[in-house]
Design a binder for this molecule. Structure first.
Ligand SMILES: O=C(O)CCC(=O)C(=O)O
Ligand SMILES: [Fe+2]
Length: 538
């Protein structure tokens, strides 16, 4: 008998590591020059081949299976009595924990290694199916609704079918449901499984022999159960396990599904450019931010920066910027700098207005803070995510970045998932919306707040007003309202793409430097000063 672990290793084409963490400890994002995290994950998890057949000879005892619960199957939206019978089996979905030892083996020893994040039973669904003799089988389909290139109904019964990535079918032979007598497959019975190549140019026939364990990529493998002949009243019996991905919409890109980590796909968008607007107020970290931008981009040539530099000692920063040490020289031609003395600064909204003035018709506008770190391949992720959700409507991608900190000179983040910005009600003090960010692991429509520290739009996006000064709270709502008014759809990223330093660093904030008088000005403005009202359109 094959050991399931060996089996999966051969399936993935490489050895699995001895152990992978089951939960998320703090993760180190690689600094330029080392192997990017996404590649490490991809290497340890692998991509899913079209199909693989092995045998596994410790079937669950038939008496442990709820054969009396089998009911005629149907396909979502179609009844079994419609003129075309799509599938002719009886089936039942089972609590996965009841199907041992197969699931115990496969899940605890294999799947938990592949899905370090999502190793609970919830990522698994399990179906027992019995095809009666002379039945028509199951028409050609994909196990994920709408995923196959020429589109079909997909599979039935299971609401989670969109997130399936790996199908495992274990054949139990031809069984008399009353006496539990078992016969092995014989060609005269029929009921083979036909699996097509992703482009449908070729196909393979799998025999449903006892112990055969078929694994295939749920997204790209179209397959059909061929009609059955006379089987002396025996039913063709099989168990199917589906494993689901934590990030379905992202993993669906290019019809390639991956286990766990979204890969950096081939990026075809070299002709598109990204402009990054960065206001910086005496923030020494700006050089590291620029370094992180350029050295982690898939294509640094298409990245332009507009920096509103508000420094008491810009000369010092500029010397660092110029020095070869930071490797920024090659990118100087792409960086536009507006020097704006800190004494003239009137807060972040005005600075971001100035940033927008440095934009020169690049394809996309990305707004960030001065103390940001980027995931390797961040530009590919952003463009891919954007194209995935853009459709025909105006679209903005925005997330509330996860924080980063330095430990032993390495950038540490708590989590590499995406986050979504949500509101928690109105604050008494400022009269503005209180926000929190929620970690999620898929790309979803986000609530209508826009994080100034991370949004990404086609073109310039909504223009900042020229005359809003001294506003430190309320920018998220301001942007949210403006983009909402303009009919934008709000989305977040599929993964954490960039990270912000939330703790106050060495750099001073303009807010701290403003006198009491001016600070009061801020509140007046927030509570409905005329300028603000006009600009926000309340
Ligand atoms: O039993 C089989 O061989 C395949 C069944 C199937 O394709 C399904 O239930 O989705
Ligand atoms: Fe199927």
């Amino acid at each position: 008998m094959s050991d399931p672990l060996d089996l999966l290793q051969s399936f993935l084409g490489e050895s699995l590591p001895a152990s992978l963490p089951l939960t998320h400890p703090p993760t180190v994002i690689s600094e330029p020059g080392s192997t990017p995290l996404s590649q490490i994950l991809l290497k340890t998890t692998g991509s899913i081949p079209v199909y693989n057949l092995s045998t596994f000879s410790s079937p669950p005892p038939l008496s442990s299976l709820p054969l009396s619960s089998l009911k005629p199957s149907s396909i979502k939206g179609l009844t079994p009595t419609s003129s075309q019978i799509h599938r002719s089996d009886l089936s039942v979905f089972l609590p996965p924990s009841t199907i041992s030892p197969l699931i115990t083996h496969v899940s605890s020893r294999i799947v938990s290694r592949i899905f370090p994040k999502n190793s609970s039973w919830s990522s698994l669904s399990c179906q027992l199916a019995a095809y009666p003799e002379n039945s028509t089988g199951y028409v050609e389909h994909c196990d994920v609704q709408g995923s196959c290139l020429n589109g079909d109904e997909g599979d039935d019964n299971n609401n989670n079918d969109e997130s399936r990535i790996l199908t495992i079918i274990y054949y139990l032979g031809y069984v008399n449901l009353t006496t539990l007598e078992v016969l092995d497959y014989s060609p005269s019975f029929g009921g083979e499984l036909n699996v097509k190549s992703p482009d449908s140019s070729s196909s393979t026939t799998i025999k449903p022999s006892i112990g055969n364990l078929l694994t295939f990529n749920s997204l790209v493998s179209r397959h059909s159960v061929l009609p059955l002949n006379s089987t002396h009243g025996f039913h063709r019996l099989a168990l199917t396990l589906w494993y689901s991905s934590p990030s379905p919409s992202f993993l669906k890109l290019n019809s390639k599904w991956y286990l766990s980590a979204p890969p950096l796909l081939a990026d075809k968008y070299d002709d598109e450019s990204i402009f990054i607007g960065i206001p910086s107020f005496n923030d020494d970290d700006i050089i590291n931010t620029l370094k992180s931008i350029y050295l982690n981009a898939t294509n640094s040539n298409r990245i332009y920066v507009g920096l509103v530099a508000q420094y008491d000692d810009w000369g010092k920063i500029y010397t660092e910027f110029e020095s070869g040490y930071y490797n920024l020289k090659p990118f100087k031609k792409n960086i536009r700098i507006l020097n704006h003395h800190p004494s003239l600064s009137t807060g972040p909204m005005n600075s971001r207005y100035l940033c927008q003035g440095l934009y020169r018709d690049e394809t996309y506008y990305l707004s960030i803070d001065a103390h940001t770190r980027f995931r390797k391949g961040w530009d590919s992720y952003l463009i891919q995510d954007y194209k995935l959700v853009e459709g025909n409507s105006k679209t903005i991608i925005t997330s509330y970045p996860v924080g980063w900190k330095l430990e032993n000179e390495k950038v540490i983040v708590d989590c590499l998932d995406s986050t979504v910005l949500e509101s928690m009600g109105i604050t008494k003090r400022e009269g503005t919306v209180r926000q929190k960010s929620n970690v999620i692991n898929k790309q979803i429509k986000a609530p209508p707040l826009v994080a100034a520290g991370f949004y990404f739009v086609r073109g310039l996006g909504v223009k900042y007003p020229s005359n809003v000064h001294g506003v430190f709270f309320g920018e998220e709502e301001f942007l949210g309202i403006q983009y909402f008014k303009e009919g934008y759809a709000f989305w977040n990223t599929s993964v954490g793409v960039l990270f912000t330093k939330w703790e106050r660093g060495a750099g001073r904030k303009v807010e701290e430097e403003m006198g009491e008088e001016e600070r009061r000005g801020v509140e007046v403005c927030l509570r409905g000063g005329e300028e603000w009202r006009k600009e926000v359109g309340f």
